[in-house]
Write a protein that binds this ligand. Structure first.
Ligand code: KG4
Ligand code: ZN
Length: 341
């Protein structure tokens, strides 16, 4: 069964073809990063218009890469939410039109389900059950995953998402958009031990997280320490390294608790912040000590992509699930509303 996946929830248009027998056949992505860079963040209206320009040409390109035609498609999976409503509506409208024209089933995919199943696109995929740490620009969640659609939310951020904290902190340090990768790059030159950063919400029990205090701490520190001389570059790198280490260690402590609480030995990391090398190293070091197995998707599948949507959709379509009635866009969509197919 050949599934076309369409992702347009934020600032990336992702299209992929996943075959239930042969796996991922093609995957193309268009990132709007340069479009939004001069505004320092995603401009929703510009995002929608760009998805509209790119989606159909990318579908053509993806089919060409896989040496397939529209007639070969057996089902269409599209991100219905959560995300920017205008951006989502571009993907869902195109998916809807194509599914009708081709007379194939259409399936609405939850963007975060796509992220949390993305490690299964790799060789040596994790077996169920596992704990998933989903850390992206819009979400920070710990989820117990017992099977497809069997998700229990263990904890989430009470304010900023981890990626949002990276982006906002990068911005206040004067780094370019998107902030997460820019801050991570600067941090490689810094000394994480020079300044003390809090590990928010780790001194009390529970799996919820909070990152906005860390961002405020960084702002105050930078205002206090900056000198207006060339020393500022070193100070900035040291602050970036300290901030990144604090986020990584806070997330590691929460993961450790989640694995202890669920008595699970498998951890998967997904979402854009999963691309962060310091986070990976911190979790791997702890996994070594505790005997956990840790799984990541390849870097390109940590951030938004069409492959994870095609894959998650394919699993549900194969199980006979379809989204009858109109697929809307859903800016908000709690993950634990999902059911097993
Ligand atoms: O999953 P994603 O591509 O989009 C959302 O669904 O939000 O995640 C994007 C987020 C952004 O906040 C970005 O700054 C962050 O992931 N990010 C990183 C890194 N790469 C992307 N944060 C820290 N270190 C990175 N290397
Ligand atoms: Zn995402």
């Amino acid at each position: 069964m050949l599934t076309l996946g369409i992702e347009s929830s934020c600032d990336e248009t992702g299209i992929a073809l996943y075959d239930s027998e042969q796996g991922l056949l093609a995957d193309v992505l268009y990132s709007q990063v340069s479009l939004h860079a001069e505004y320092g963040g995603v401009v929703p209206e510009l995002a929608s218009r760009d998805h509209l320009r790119k989606t159909i040409p990318l579908i053509r390109e993806c089919l060409q890469q896989a040496d397939k035609s529209l007639a070969d498609i057996d089902g269409i999976a599209v991100t219905e939410g959560p995300g920017l409503i205008g951006a989502l509506l571009v993907g869902t409208s195109i998916a809807h039109g194509l599914a009708r024209a081709l007379k194939v089933p259409l399936l609405a995919v939850h963007h975060m389900e796509g992220h949390l199943l993305a490690p299964m696109l790799e060789d040596n995929p994790p077996a169920f059950p596992f704990v998933a740490l989903l850390v992206s620009g819009g979400h920070s969640m710990l989820i117990e995953v017992r099977g497809i659609g069997e998700y229990t939310l263990l904890g989430e951020t009470l304010d900023d998402a981890a990626g949002e904290a990276f982006d906002k902190t990068a911005k206040l340090l004067g780094l370019s958009y998107p902030g997460g990768p820019a801050l991570a790059k600067l941090a490689t030159k810094g000394d994480p031990e020079r300044y003390r950063f809090p590990r928010p919400m780790t001194d009390r029990p529970g799996l919820d997280m909070s990152f906005s205090g860390l961002k405020t701490h960084t702002r105050t520190l930078w205002q206090k320490e900056r000198t207006g001389t060339s020393d500022d570059e070193t100070i900035k790198a040291d602050i970036a390294a300290g901030f990144q280490q604090a986020v990584a260690q806070t997330l590691m402590i929460k993961c450790r608790r989640a694995l202890e609480q669920t008595q699970c030995k498998r951890l998967i990391i997904a979402g854009g912040v999963g691309a962060n090398q310091e986070l990976r190293a911190t979790l791997l070091a702890e996994a070594d000590k505790k005997g956990w197995e840790v799984y990541w998707p390849r870097l390109a599948f940590c951030t938004d992509n069409g492959a994870m949507i095609a894959y998650a959709g394919s699993l549900r379509l194969q199980a006979g699930e379809t989204s009858t009635g109109g697929i809307r866009g859903r800016p908000r969509w709690p993950l634990d509303e999902l059911k097993a197919p």
